[in-house]
Design a protein. Structure first.
Length: 243
């Protein structure tokens, strides 16, 4: 029953935050997806791969309606899984995080994870709309992006653990060490193999909205989990391995 409380807090926090993310994406990201896909459709018509017929648009609209309809559900599912990871990390690191409330501690951890697991990898491999990217390189691009996330995340944890060996300036050692490490990795990792052929205004605006959309998740999960944790105090009830 005690473990159930911990699981409920982290999973519900993730699900709510993921739902918020999905709703935000519908409002600020989907319009740019529509524009990008519209360009792609025109290219298909001009190349003769597709015909501009009523049947095409019926099928296209049905597909896009299905995609948009599943946006919020997909956000909730993804948010639940990431929220579980966030909750476990928070439980394990809570005692080491600065702040006099769980809201401040959770919000700080969310900011750290947003920076190391999302922003840094995004700067190296920024999100692109559907008009950008060769289908033959999708696996390579996924491997590069996920590899960078793993390297950044484990690098942050590694330098935090290393900093514990120092009696003073622990935070400074961890920050400088991670900065030097991730900068080296940033320039050593291969570039995105696909050339950007879509209008740069569209690409840049899409990327900005993507950052805002993902950022709402991390802000939400930090605040919501912190509020729940502050109210229910699961660290006093969950097994010792989590405290």
């Amino acid at each position: 029953m005690k473990t159930v409380l911990f699981l409920a807090i982290v999973l519900v926090s993730g699900a709510i935050s993921g739902t918020i993310h999905g709703i935000v994406n519908l409002g600020i990201v989907e319009p740019y997806l529509d524009e990008a896909i519209g360009i792609e459709n025109q290219n298909l018509f001009e190349s003769g791969e597709e015909e501009d017929t009523p049947q095409f648009w019926v099928e296209y609209d049905a597909y896009r309606d299905w995609q948009k309809g599943g946006q919020v559900l997909a956000g909730a599912i993804l948010g639940t899984s990431i929220g579980a990871l966030f909750g476990i990390v928070y439980a394990l690191s809570r005692h080491a995080l600065p702040g006099n409330t769980d809201v401040k501690k959770a919000f700080l951890l969310a900011g750290i994870m947003w920076f190391t697991l999302y922003l840094i990898p995004f700067l190296k491999y920024p999100a692109n709309p559907p008009t950008v990217g060769d289908g033959e390189t999708v696996v390579l691009r996924a491997i590069l992006y996920l590899s960078f996330i793993a390297i950044s995340g484990f690098g942050a944890v590694g330098f935090y653990q290393l900093s514990k060996k120092f009696k003073s300036n622990k935070k400074l050692v961890a920050l400088i060490g991670y900065a030097v490490f991730i900068s080296s990795v940033f320039f050593a990792m291969p570039e995105n193999p696909d050339e950007v052929t879509a209008p740069m205004d569209l690409v840049n605006e899409f990327r900005l909205m993507s950052v805002l959309g993902v950022s709402t998740f991390w802000v939400s999960v930090g605040l919501i989990l912190g509020l729940f944790w502050n109210k229910f105090r699961p660290h006093k009830q969950i097994p010792e391995s989590y405290t």
